[in-house]
Design a protein around this ligand. Structure first.
Ligand SMILES: Cc1cc2nc3c(=O)[nH]c(=O)nc-3n(C[C@H](O)[C@H](O)[C@H](O)COP(=O)(O)OP(=O)(O)OC[C@H]3O[C@@H](n4cnc5c(N)ncnc54)[C@H](O)[C@@H]3O)c2cc1C
Length: 410
């Protein structure tokens, strides 16, 4: 059996590992534009010079040898021929497969504002090569502008500020981390970033740019006319599934690459996993999808059901937050808040169940909230203070001594 995996990120690497466990003899070929395996979640540590490029790898140096995987690094697949069951690379090579996994992740979205798309000093932060390009320019840059204050924008800001740089951050929402946190939780981070030297422009959009003759943006013009001088621009305004060249027969692309519950695309023996599917943009879910797709490529029939369970963990300046489920309450929801000296907790209840939780400062018992949300456990009959729930309220012990979740105890 010949397995071909496109992408050496969280989904691709997990898939390769899983296939090798299930099929010790099959031929595995991995193809990636990346020239080295790296964790995107740790790019800020490269920017802050805390870790080298090798230091943000998440596999052992002998991973490919040990698992008998042929890795074509620095190679991009430009065409998919699903009828002939082969992929074509930018080096002109044609590689046949019996089973193919598309785990190509996503690319930074650069909005068509002014000259952002063609300027030489504008970068997204998605790949190690982006971080390396930013790092090279940041050495001399005096005014760094970041568009977007989600996790990626703030990761970039945090990494660069650690090296002593000052940054300006433009955010169209009226708070930072608008997808992850409510205003109260977000403001705690805003204060810390400002204290460290960041300037925020909230509720503002980049509307235009001024570019010099060398093709560099020297000024961002906001929608209220404010001009922000800059010599380096980082755009963290969302991502798009990396589907360029992936439009083979049977493949349906609608935002992400469409898959069924077994992570099969519409083309025979072609699977997709990770950010490219658009099902979720976080690391653990990419890994889970990689594992599920790989098992199915090896002949199992395992459904990927964890489509919900959106979870984010945030840690800047030593302040940790965790949010699971929804962040913005709807009409009819109940919002419960508990504030302590160094913690903030907010729970959204909908139809007697927990629909979302935000924990800041103290994320202990986060697993319980995740469990309640994911399994849609009714909590409206609980008499105990909901913020005081702990593991003993849920665990039962089987006859063999094993601990099990036991919501009947509630
Ligand atoms: C700065 C940053 C911080 C993040 N922080 C967190 C965090 O704290 N927690 C969290 O859960 N998630 C975080 N994420 C998201 C997380 O990194 C992604 O969800 C995860 O990497 C997705 O894995 P993936 O395998 O689907 O894609 P990727 O990791 O993007 O891997 C895609 C692979 O496909 C290759 N590729 C793409 N196109 C082609 C092609 N045509 N031919 C060949 N190869 C190709 C790429 O080279 C790469 O190897 C962060 C992301 C970024 C960018």
């Amino acid at each position: 059996m010949e397995y071909v995996i496109l992408g050496a990120g969280a989904a691709g690497i997990t898939a390769a590992r899983t296939i090798r466990k299930a099929d010790s003899q099959g031929k595995i070929t991995m193809i990636s534009t990346d020239t080295q395996v790296h964790s995107r979640c740790m790019l800020h540590k490269f920017l802050s010079h805390e870790r080298s490029a090798e230091g943000i790898s998440f596999v052992d140096p002998d991973f490919f040898e040990k698992n008998n995987i042929e890795w074509k690094a620095g190679v991009t697949v430009t065409k998919l021929d699903t009828a002939a069951k082969r992929v074509v690379t930018d080096k002109g090579e044609e590689i046949s497969y019996d089973r193919l996994l598309i785990a190509t992740g996503a690319e930074s979205f650069i909005p068509p504002v002014g000259n952002l798309r063609e300027a030489k000093n504008v970068f997204g932060l998605r790949h190690l090569r982006d971080a390396q390009a930013i790092d090279a320019l940041a050495e001399k840059a005096e005014h760094i502008a970041i568009i977007g204050s989600g996790l990626v924008g703030l990761d970039a800001a945090y990494g660069l500020m650690e090296t002593g740089k000052k940054v300006s951050i433009i955010e169209m929402a009226d708070q930072i981390l608008p997808i992850q946190l409510d205003k109260t939780g977000a403001f705690e981070y805003q204060k810390r970033f400002e204290k460290a030297g960041a300037t925020f422009y909230l509720g503002r959009k980049a509307a235009d740019t001024i570019m010099n003759e060398a093709g560099e943006i020297t000024c961002l013009v906001l929608d209220n006319g404010t001009e922000i001088t800059c010599d380096l621009v980082i755009v963290a305004a969302g991502v798009r599934s990396a589907v360029a060249g992936m439009d083979g027969e049977g493949i349906i692309i609608d935002r992400g690459m469409q898959v069924n519950e077994y992570l099969e695309t519409g083309a025979e023996d072609v699977y997709a996993a990770g950010d490219v599917t658009g099902l979720s943009g976080i690391w653990p879910n990419a890994q889970k999808q990689g594992e599920t797709a790989a098992l199915n490529m090896c002949g199992s029939k395992v459904a990927y059901t964890d489509r919900y369970a959106m979870k984010n963990t945030i840690n800047f300046f030593g302040l940790v937050s965790m949010c699971v489920g929804i962040i913005v309450p709807q009409e009819g929801d109940t919002v419960l808040v508990r504030e302590g000296a160094s913690s903030y907790k907010r729970v959204i209840l909908r139809d007697g169940k927990v629909a979302g939780v935000l924990l800041q400062g103290d994320i202990s018992h986060g697993g319980i909230w995740q469990y309640l949300i994911k399994n849609e456990i009714p909590v409206d009959k609980i008499e105990k203070d909901i913020f005081a729930l702990n593991f003993s309220d849920f665990y039962g012990i089987k006859e063999n001594g094993e601990y099990v979740w036991n919501t009947a105890k509630l």
